[in-house]
Design a protein around this ligand. Sequence first.
Ligand code: NAD
Ligand code: WQD
Length: 338
Amino acid sequence: MMKVLLTGGAGYIGSHVAVSLAAAGHDIVCFDNLSNSRAAVIEHVEAITGQPVPLVVGDIRDRDAVRGAITDHGANAVIHFAGLKAVGESVADPMKYYDNNVRGTLSLIEAMVDCDVRTLVFSSSATVYGEPQYLPLDEAHPTAVTNPYGRTKLMIEEMLSDIAAADPAWRIAVLRYFNPVGAHDSGLIGEDPNGVPNNLMPFISRVAAGRLPELAVFGDDYATPDGTGVRDYIHVDDLAEGHVAALDRIRAQDDALSVWNLGTGQGYSVLDMISAFERINNVRVPHRVGPRRPGDVASCYASPDRARDELGWEAKRDLDAMCASTWRFERTAAMRNA
Ligand code: NAD
Ligand code: WQD
């Protein structure tokens, strides 16, 4: 049993990982500055897990605050979700991203060393692979980034690699997420972005709910079976269980740093996602084909083999479960806000 500090624990992925860690018998404490989340999320995590979940409201760039949270709660591992993730915003305001993501992570690492905690799971992204040279993407695929957000993820990966090389007492898991979607079956926690969503699934859900008029499909002339972009969508609860497996694994092995893809290995197109959402939820998702979005690639999906072989973990939930749980969260949130 570990006592795990979750930076960004009130966020979309962090809240689901909190639930999975609690289910696996670990103790958790969330640390979040609530810049992209609300404290009420923690109450929902408490309702799901049936146990109190401490929330420390603070910023990872505040080394004293992180140190205080680790010592006050006796944390002996950190899962680090805290960060900014909007690609377009990172192009417009790169300093904000280098400050929050890179400086923030360095400050977090310093606080961990101060407290003699060297077990860390880091939220990286398939964005570090850039334009795929081959598919599926395995962990040996070369890295290349195309925007400041992606560059912060790659810079942090490289920083962690240097730190692990210098001090073999570190136990670090770098997890490269593909496209996390869906929500916990309770409908109590899920993805609820501020403003107009950047990502496909929350956009589809808001169109289905009538909160947005229609979805723009970003291009239908890609070299894919139906011409629309293909991605590896993974249910957030599968992703969450991958974190529990990675934490178990790094505690049991001697490697100071390991990298694992968390994906399903299965690609779906934009039109696949729309029709699955409509069919499983019996709703309409009005959409229209528009121009490509700059920076998008045609296809991106994982080889999940290393995670399967080394973590004993595989994604189990299918596209129907991803779409049904997204819609359940949308409806539950609507009832709550009514
Ligand atoms: P999210 O915005 O829902 O969660 C991030 C949380 O971190 C938020 O609660 C926010 O308030 C908090 N936070 C941000 N900056 C902070 C700071 N300086 N100090 C303390 N707290 C801070 O995002 P998410 O989708 O849950 O993403 C979690 C992590 O996973 C991020 O690092 C993101 O880059 C990474 N990731 C996400 C995706 C995705 O598609 N959602 C894909 C790949 C990687
Ligand atoms: C998926 C597909 C779009 C919106 C992004 C980040 C990546 C990672 C995950 C954090 C693409 C199409 C989308 C819309 C559309 N995040 N689309 N209309 O671009 O694969 O990855 O989120 O690390 O770094 O870049 O995800 O959900 O934005 O797009 O047609 O309104 O849906 O073109 O084919 P993406 P997405």
